[in-house]
Design a protein around this ligand. Structure first.
Ligand code: PLP
Ligand code: ZN
Length: 418
């Protein structure tokens, strides 16, 4: 059973059927899925959600598919980790990590958006699928396409991390590396979708794709015991995730599934690619495009498709934007690993570094509850931290050799770290 009533233009309000349309033909605004909320309200209860399998389809009334899910049966419902050691280091009382670094099957938040977009692609009859990606999305699209047995083209900027490239290529899609940055890739993909009629998940399926990001927000609320945190910190690239966290919170409030004030949502970007944060600082409604230069390649998008929606969501929620340097990003990755045992990629390091600043500048008061979104896995981007970690200690194979090593000052110091 589907509760989708159609697509609505986010800018001018024009309505369209739920087809593979991605911009409004009246004003070129982005299209959003609209639902029959009164019918959802009459049906969807906390108990119904809780009775379902622990994956992202447990919120299916609020997701834009018509029939049964085709993929993503193990995606979503990632851990919400209480992070007391990190909280103590930052001076916070109540901190949680939404850990999409272990999302199934490709270890990033993108498995959410792809589960929905690929199911919709099959429903709409696309026989070739693909995406424009900074790496994680390509991994996810290639994996889901393999499982569905669909031909797949993923487009990436040349020069991505080796782990990201191989973690796409292994599924045998066609990987197309473009000489240019993500914004060049994205522009080409709009033409490709048009010219060949392929289902590119973040281009002509974008309205459906974006809805998948809401599931992260739904889960945060459910896993907190059906309550809102006071703050959420989210990384921003193309701007899909952050506004859909806001939308998820709003939908749960309107459906009576959670009560109380909505969270303040803060945007985290790398200083080398911070168009949204700069626009927030300068009071602009739209970001000015920038040329990315940062180690945080997964979030290096200089001209974010949903930038104005991010800006609006952050402002409406009472949140702030924070830009952090590459050094702070690496320090954020290390701090998260050392305190909570979670290895994230630079996007997650950006979130942690931004959180640290938000606490230091007292935008987030120390006594208030916070959820930080950890959206990707560090094993895909070992280049980012390989200079920072020590080399293994080479020791002979006898106990005497180990004892001799243990007598060194470095080994003694190591025993004191905790
Ligand atoms: C790991 C990771 N986190 C966050 C994002 C940002 O996502 P969005 O484009 O939804 O702003 C991306 C986007 O590529 C990503 O790969
Ligand atoms: Zn419009």
């Amino acid at each position: 059973m589907s509760f989708v009533t159609g697509l609505t233009c986010h800018l001018c309000g024009a309505t369209f059927p739920a087809a593979a349309l991605w911009v409004c033909d009246q004003c070129l605004g982005p299209l959003e899925v609209h639902y029959d909320y009164p019918s959802i309200k009459a049906r969807l209860t906390r108990a119904l959600v809780e009775s379902r399998p622990k994956n992202l389809w447990r919120y299916r009334e609020l997701l834009p598919i018509e029939g049964e899910p085709r993929t993503g049966f193990h995606s979503g419902f990632t851990p919400l980790v209480r992070a007391d050691r990190l909280a103590e280091r930052l001076g916070l009382r109540e901190l949680y990590l939404k850990d999409d670094s272990v999302n199934h099957p490709t270890l990033s938040y993108k498995d959410r958006v792809v589960s929905i977009a690929m199911t919709r692609a099959v429903e709409l009859g696309f026989s070739v699928v693909g995406c424009a990606s900074t790496g994680n999305l390509a991994n996810s699209v290639a994996s889901h396409a393999a499982r569905l047995g669909l031909p797949c083209y993923v487009f990436i900027p040349a020069g991505l991390e080796t782990g990201k490239v191989i973690a796409s290529a292994i599924y045998r899609p066609q990987v197309v590396a473009i000489d240019g940055n993500y914004d060049d890739v994205n522009r080409l993909c709009a033409q490709v979708a048009d010219a060949y009629g392929w289902g590119l998940v973040n281009v002509n399926l974008r309205a459906y794709y974006a809805e998948g990001a809401k599931t992260q927000g739904f889960e945060i609320v459910e896993q907190l015991g059906w309550r809102f945190p006071q703050h959420v910190v989210s990384p921003v690239a193309g701007g899909t995730l952050l506004p859909r966290l806001a939308r998820a919170f709003r939908e749960f409030a309107e459906l009576g599934l959670a009560e109380g004030p909505l969270p303040r949502i803060h945007a985290a970007q790398a200083a080398g690619c911070a168009p949204v944060v700069r626009a927030l600082e300068q009071g602009l409604d739209y970001p000015e495009p920038v040329k990315p230069k940062t180690i945080a390649k997964s979030i290096a998008i200089g001209n974010p498709a949903d930038g104005f929606q991010v800006i609006r969501s952050v402002r409406a929620s009472g949140g702030r934007g924070v830009a952090v340097t590459d050094e702070e990003i690496v320090a954020g990755i290390a701090l998260l690993a050392e305190t909570e045992g979670i290895f994230t990629e630079p996007a997650g390091g950006t979130t942690v570094a931004a959180l640290r600043q938000l606490v230091e500048q007292e935008t987030i008061p120390r006594g208030e509850s916070v959820v930080a979104c950890i959206t990707g896995n560090g094993l895909k981007t070992i280049e980012a931290v390989s200079d920072r970690v020590g080399q293994p200690e080479r020791v002979g194979r006898s106990l005497e050799a180990f004892q001799a090593y243990l007598g060194t000052q470095a080994a003694q110091e190591n025993l004191l770290i905790g």
